[in-house]
Design a protein around this ligand. Sequence first.
Ligand code: NI
Length: 187
Amino acid sequence: MELPVYVYGMSVLRKVASEISETEDGLDQLIADMFETMRASDGIGLAAPQVGKSLRIFVVDTSPASEDRDEPELKDFRRVFVNPIILEEWGDPWAFEEGCLSLPKIREEVTRPPNVRIEYFDEHWELKEEVFDGVRARVIQHEYDHLEGKLFIDRINPIRRKLLSARLNAISRGRIDIDYKIVYPRK
Ligand code: NI
């Protein structure tokens, strides 16, 4: 089932999300719903706080981006990250334009290290440790931030952020027009 996306202005996006226990009710359904929501909204990553659940889980599927960018490693990058921990980030920081389903129609260059090592449970509660770089690392870093109550606009320079304030204000008042389901903050 496609879930409505919580947008800028909703407090759940600013909370540090809770760890999930192996006995969490309805986890399989949540995962299925998150993938469906991500597809419906043309996203390549989605974290549970974005559908109103303050839980440490995000899903990623970068295959739509593989065609645009001609990067074959994005094609089969489809994962569920449960209780992830970024163990290490390294390399010369690089700028990449990020967007977010919770910040409709805002895109900004964000600078982050190119490599991550991450530990997480997959959807079968199997513990994994993997290293990613480039766009795959970037999507992970962005989604991981959501579990910490952070948004990419927190990582841009204050002048750029100031320039966005009218648009952010409009989002938080529900004055936006987009083609996926959202929860309007002040309605
Ligand atoms: Ni996001």
